[in-house]
Design a protein around this ligand. Structure first.
Ligand SMILES: O=C(OCc1ccccc1)c1cn[nH]c1
Length: 242
């Protein structure tokens, strides 16, 4: 997978070169290009923003600069990239999004700052490539870079050969629509707290049942919304009987 990120703070993306992702990049499972948006300015101040039409606080990122940056970064004779624009006003980014994007050959992330990017940039880009405005949560960051790091990490860990053991990608939270239950490791007793005995019973059916119950209980308590959106049949008959 090729990933390009356009930002006015390229150094924000250096954590991508670390550890897990760093190895994946070294092993060429992923190629990551980070581009400084100011490369596409032509004025002495390298301005990327201007006052908002209609008034209001803050500044808006200029369409001309973004247009030229996307023209160059997304240039191809083949299939265009999927353009991802992190924004609080976007559609929710979920594990399903990460799984879907993990099959994409090329993602380009446009990191907005200030009040956002002139909407015509998204409109214009949509004429020649798929564009998704996505939110990683209901809060406002200063810029899209942290959201970009978050989304890249959640997609990259799904790619073959990036994560240590791929099995855990299937079993992690949200893979079955429920939250992951509690996990334990040695010692068996720590500060007079014991590991639930079932986990040491060797009875794999009982362990699987206990883990499913813990997931359901935790999801019910912490994220009832996830249960509401799960279709009835996706909860097994036994769970319905709970
Ligand atoms: O703040 C975010 O993105 C940065 C951004 C982009 C455009 C305008 C303001 C801020 C964000 C929050 N959830 N998901 C993304």
């Amino acid at each position: 997978m090729r990933i390009d990120v356009i930002t006015i703070f390229p150094e924000y993306l250096t954590p991508l070169r670390e550890a897990l992702l760093g190895k994946a990049i070294e092993r060429e499972k992923i190629s990551v290009g980070v581009h400084d948006l100011r490369e596409w300015t032509h004025d002495v101040h390298r301005a990327v923003d201007d006052s908002p039409y209609g008034g209001g606080p803050g500044m808006v990122m200029k369409p001309q600069v973004w247009g030229e940056a996307l023209d160059e970064v997304c240039a191809t004779s083949g299939e265009p990239p999927r353009l991802v624009v992190p924004t609080p006003a976007g559609q929710p980014f979920t594990q399903r999004t990460a799984v879907r994007w993990s099959h994409e050959p090329w993602l380009v992330l446009a990191c907005g700052r200030y009040e956002g990017i002139d909407q015509r940039v998204i409109e214009d880009a949509s004429r020649r490539m798929p564009v998704e405005e996505v939110s990683i949560g209901d809060y406002v960051l200063v810029g899209g870079e942290v959201a970009a790091l978050t989304m890249i990490e959640s997609v990259a860990r799904l790619l073959p050969g990036v994560l240590g053991n791929p099995a855990s990608a299937e079993q992690d939270s949200f893979s079955d629509g429920l939250l992951e239950g509690p996990c334990y490791t040695r010692p068996e007793v720590w500060r007079d707290l014991s590991v639930p005995p079932v986990l040491r019973s060797g009875d794999h059916a009982a362990i699987a049942r206990w883990r499913r119950d813990q997931s359901l209980e935790r999801t019910y308590e912490r994220r009832h919304d996830l249960l509401d959106s799960m279709s009835e049949e996706s909860l097994t008959a036994r769970d319905r009987g709970r």
